[in-house]
Design a protein around this ligand. Structure first.
Ligand code: FE2
Ligand code: FE2
Length: 242
């Protein structure tokens, strides 16, 4: 069953639990003059995501389709969305656009974002952050909505299980648990830890987000700066070791 929850003003979390892999797939719809969907979700989830979006906006009016990196849960249904919404344009890093998206993923040229560039959707102001290999993949990037302090953080803060839509309690412990669980199965070595990881995470923490909207698991509301600093410690501890 797909659940829709408003996690910040006009930011809606559309969540479907996928039992085979024991985690939720979340997309975020920003209802604004130029509506933005962050993550399309898997191609096979397109019908349920579309129906959920239809409870919030007219789906054919979707203007922007953002995502962090090239992966099915990030942009697998891009062609379905672009067939349905004639003005829908992909928004991703310049690396993503140049290396993959414009060649075999998008129906129309993507908007390739430079680090720090702003995407305006009406009331919303989304700053693009180039975050190579965070959470993973060369082309990775994130969006931070500056008016309400919402960080669309892709796989960072991933939590396994069919968890509550939103929480103010600890999600870093759950993230740590996920890393340990995944390491025991076919999803091992999910996230890398590179020479740039620490600096990228500290930069995200300095944004002081109030809402951290993760693709898998509960949205966290609270002290986002501290949460990201804690996440950084856990990533180093689990991925690098003592
Ligand atoms: Fe991913
Ligand atoms: Fe993901």
């Amino acid at each position: 069953m797909t659940q829709v929850t408003e996690i910040a003003p006009d930011v809606y979390r559309i969540s479907t639990y996928v039992s085979e892999i024991n985690f939720q797939h979340n997309q975020f719809l920003i209802r604004d003059d130029e509506p933005l969907l962050f993550h399309t979700g898997l191609k096979r989830l397109f019908p349920v995501v579309r129906d959920a979006v239809a409870t919030l906006i007219e789906p054919s009016k979707l203007r922007w389709i953002g995502f962090s990196h090239l992966e099915a849960d990030e942009c697998g249904a891009l062609s379905e969305w672009q067939a349905l919404a004639p003005d829908a344009t992909a928004v991703c890093s310049m690396v993503g656009k140049l290396v993959s998206i414009d060649d075999f993923v998008a129906a129309r040229p993507a908007r390739g974002m430079a680090d720090g560039e702003i995407l305006t959707t009406g009331k919303g102001r989304f700053r693009f952050l180039q975050t190579p290999h965070v959470p993973h993949c060369w082309e990775a990037g994130l969006l931070f909505e500056e008016t309400n302090g919402t960080l669309l953080c892709s796989d960072l803060f991933h939590q396994n299980g069919d968890v509550e839509p939103q929480t103010t309690s600890d999600v870093v412990g759950r993230f740590r648990q996920m890393l340990l669980e995944n390491q025991q199965g076919p999803l091992a070595n999910y996230l890398p830890y590179t020479n740039n990881t620490e600096a990228i995470l500290q930069r995200l923490a300095a944004l002081k987000p109030k809402t951290i909207a993760t693709m898998h698991g509960s949205t966290f509301s609270g002290d986002g700066e501290q949460a990201i600093k804690d996440l950084s410690i856990v990533m180093k501890e689990v991925l690098v070791g003592p």
